[in-house]
Design a protein around this ligand. Structure first.
Ligand code: ADP
Ligand code: ASP
Ligand code: MG
Length: 413
């Protein structure tokens, strides 16, 4: 008998009809002789609706109360799912994160899972129940409700699979696997049979929301293969697992984009030791996470600094910098919300030269200006104007011939 963890995303449980459809799949999985734990997101649109309600009260509401509110979406979906399973004649029981001790730190709205006590789930499974667990939420040491960041149910599912030492962890979503890029904006995107943890981690960290990046981190740490597949078909999806010799080692295996960042520029900063430290510690003290940073070479003792922050924190970052400008002494602080980051990812990049050059040339042929660049061993990212995002993704997809299966010549040697 195998222990199977299945996670269903918002679209898959977005209506009563869809909840009934998932309940049928879950019951079929049990009838094939498996023990089944189901991890659910809120019904599609619900988390956004709750966040909008909170912002109507006060956009600077406390993060603790934010979590109490947004965690409620999953309470609705798990109870409806348990009822739908019961109505098919099977035993089901739903649990909130706190009821199965999904222990997290207290960093509200982006908490990290520290431990899960698997006892209650195991007891329910042993008594023949299908167990339905609320994704996205946990509880801190003081009993406060926490949430894991947008898309966090993926991480709940992988963490539950690790804690239960499950045989299989399946992530059911509205596309039938991980593609070379978002299939909803590039109709040439190709489904991958397998992808390494390293590449998937980069793709999801760079915006491919098919998996939350922390779920991939977790899976890699505990060696859990993830099967990403569609809740609307029985097709095999994509296996996210350890890099192996049979895997495509394409120079570039995927293109990702992220429209959720904004750019802040500080011009004419006196260039002396300690300036960057005071700027970034003041930003960090506000709980704002910085992504890309570039600093120009100084001229006449002055330098410019540009960095990106989540769009949601943009106004906050500008106001806090303006507050400390007496200390920094910058000539000008401004920014741009209408940007996007496009990235190419591939483990084959480790051994191929001029991948970045090809990316820049492809963007320039479309007259897309690059505002910032960052690279790592297996990725190159460029910040561009947001309005060119879709075009840039398609152009890069074509430049690196991602629509085609990798041929032997383009494989890493
Ligand atoms: P769920 O609600 O099931 O968690 P999400 O909306 O969070 O689903 O993630 C699925 C979406 O991820 C897809 O609909 C697709 O638009 C997007 N996506 C972005 N990049 C990729 C990619 N490389 N492969 C597949 N889907 C992707
Ligand atoms: N409901 C949460 C969200 O919309 C968690 C998830 O879907 O994974 O972000
Ligand atoms: Mg998701």
């Amino acid at each position: 008998m195998a222990l199977v963890v299945q996670k269903y995303g918002g679209t898959s449980v977005g209506s009563i009809e869809r909840i009934k459809n998932v309940a049928r799949r879950v019951v079929e999985t049990k009838n094939r002789g498996n023990q089944v734990v189901v991890v659910l997101s809120a019904m599609s649109g619900e988390t956004d609706r709750l966040i909008a309600l909170a912002n109507e009260i006060n956009s600077e509401h406390s993060r603790r109360e934010h979590d109490v509110l947004v965690a409620s979406g999953e309470q609705v979906s798990i109870s409806l799912m348990a009822m739908a399973v019961e109505s098919l004649g099977e035993k089901a029981i739903s649990f909130l994160g706190s009821q199965v001790s999904i222990k997290t730190d207290n960093d509200h709205s982006r908490a990290r899972i520290k431990a899960i006590d698997s006892r209650r789930i195991m007891e329910a499974l042993a008594s023949g129940f299908i167990v339905v667990v609320a994704g996205f939420q946990g509880v801190d040491d003081e009993g406060n409700i926490t949430t894991l960041g947008r898309g966090g149910s993926d991480t709940s599912a992988v963490a539950v699979a690790a804690a239960l030492q499950a045989d299989v962890c399946e992530i059911y979503t509205d596309v039938d696997g991980v593609y070379t890029t978002d299939p909803n904006i590039c109709n040439k995107a190709r489904k991958l049979d397998k992808i390494s943890y390293d590449e998937m981690l980069e793709l999801s960290s760079l915006g491919a929301k098919v998996l939350q990046n922390r779920s991939v981190e977790f899976a890699q740490k505990y060696g859990i293969p993830i099967h990403v597949r569609s809740s609307f078909s029985d097709l095999e999806g994509t296996i996210v697992c350890k890099e192996d010799d049979n895997m495509e080692k394409a120079v570039v295996s995927g293109v990702a984009y992220n429209k959720n960042e904004a750019k802040v520029t500080i011009r004419g900063i006196p260039d002396h030791p300690g300036i960057a430290a005071s700027i970034f510690s003041s930003i960090a003290d506000e709980g704002i996470v910085v992504d890309m940073i570039i600093q120009n070479t100084s001229a006449e003792g002055l330098t410019d600094l540009t960095f990106t922050v989540p769009k949601l924190d943009y106004e906050h970052a500008l106001s806090s910098l303006k507050r400390i400008n007496d200390e920094i002494g910058a000539r000008e602080i401004n920014g741009d919300r209408d940007i996007a980051k496009v990235s190419i990812v591939g483990i084959g990049m480790r051994t191929h030269a001029n991948v970045a050059g090809r990316m820049f040339a492809a963007l320039s042929r479309e007259n897309i200006n690059i505002m910032m660049i960052s690279t790592s061993e297996i990725k190159v990212s460029c910040v561009i104007a947001e309005k060119y995002t879709e075009l840039a993704v398609r152009v890069l997809h074509q430049e690196f011939e991602l629509a085609k299966e990798t041929t032997d010549e383009s494989k890493e040697v």
